[in-house]
Design a binder for this molecule. Structure first.
Ligand SMILES: Cc1cc2nc3c(=O)[nH]c(=O)nc-3n(C[C@H](O)[C@H](O)[C@H](O)COP(=O)(O)OP(=O)(O)OC[C@H]3O[C@@H](n4cnc5c(N)ncnc54)[C@H](O)[C@@H]3O)c2cc1C
Length: 285
């Protein structure tokens, strides 16, 4: 790891110190691995969720009322982000055009629609133009059109400008700088106006299945559970939402999507998931 032959004389003491640190770190890691394998008590529980630790095997849950109230909708959508809300809006637009009664419910785990939407700053409006052509008149919060694009590679002291040609993804002319959370809140208002039922503050916690294995709907989260996974006095069971069609719009790496991957074996023969970290800064001049 540290090729001493290429390290200057002055740097050698630091390299020796780093090596010592690495050995120490490795030994302490080995120690913790040994500890972990011999004593399960040191492994902290990442979750106490009942899908991982079933309640029927937990004596603390004995005698607790577990019946759930169930409601029926035509379409249930999990997640009130841009995807879930756009789907809800489009469904209600089509149903209203055809004069059909369609009950569309959106459950959103944030306490308010848009409150969990932190990312997203530059909005390309072609999908919005199709979904809500009169968005300007309806007061969509797209107030800052992009007037200038600058792209550069930043070094410690300099910026090397990179030309942006039309057609490149960095060319943002015609797009808008937005706060996506505001835009999502506005989408929620449009959905409600069309008759979509929005339920902020309710997280879908479980996918429900019919006996034939198809999706029956979702169950919202139970409340009143202590950190150690035991029921509090105020424990209240979540409710079931059954639907002809359930749409999952939880965003990337969704908790329910992962249940579906398993149930329907959806990731068989897929490329392994890859991850990257990106940094973005929006600057106002
Ligand atoms: C750092 C960053 C910067 C980005 N910048 C841009 C940009 O400049 N321009 C651009 O176009 N895109 C950008 N994106 C991408 C953009 O944010 C996403 O494409 C978009 O938000 C995806 O919408 P979505 O509705 O699929 O998911 P999300 O926006 O993730 O919405 C999912 C919603 O579902 C809710 N939810 C999740 N699980 C549950 C559950 N179990 N029960 C109930 N509700 C649930 C969440 O609270 C959330 O509100 C950026 C993304 C990141 C991470």
């Amino acid at each position: 790891m540290f090729p001493t032959c290429r390290v200057s004389l002055q740097a050698r003491p630091s390299v020796r110190a780093l090596r010592a640190l690495r050995v120490e770190h490795r030994t302490s890691q080995l120690g913790s691995v040994r500890l972990r394998s011999s004593s399960p008590a040191v492994v902290p529980r990442i979750t106490t969720h009942y899908t991982v630790y079933p309640r029927d095997k937990d004596p603390r849950w004995e005698g607790v009322e577990m019946e759930r109230f169930a409601d029926e909708a035509d379409v249930v959508i999990v997640g009130g982000g841009p995807a879930g809300l756009s789907a809800a809006i489009r469904l209600k637009q089509l149903a209203n055009e055809q004069g059909t009664e369609l009950r569309v419910c959106v459950v959103e785990k944030a306490s308010q629609i848009g409150a969990h939407t932190l990312s997203g700053a530059c909005l390309e409006p072609s999908a919005l133009n199709e979904l809500i052509p009169d968005w300007k008149e309806r007061g969509a919060p797209l107030n800052t059109p992009v007037t200038e694009d600058k792209f550069g590679i930043l070094t410690k002291k300099f910026k090397i400008p990179v030309p942006i040609l039309p057609g490149l993804p960095m060319n943002n002319h015609g797009n808008y700088i937005v706060r996506l959370g505001h835009f999502v809140r506005w989408l929620g208002e449009q959905a409600e106006e069309l008759g979509v039922e929005l339920y902020p503050g309710y997280a879908a916690a479980e996918v429900l299945f019919h006996e034939d294995g198809s999706v029956k709907g979702i169950a919202t989260n139970d409340v009143g559970i202590a950190k150690d996974g035991s029921p509090k006095d105020v424990f209240e069971r979540g409710m079931e939402l059954h639907a002809k069609v359930t749409l999952f719009g939880e965003g990337c790496h969704g908790h329910l999507a992962k249940q579906l991957y398993k149930h329907f074996n959806l990731r068989e023969n897929c490329e392994p998931q890859t991850y990257a970290i990106g940094l973005k800064e929006v600057t106002c001049y």
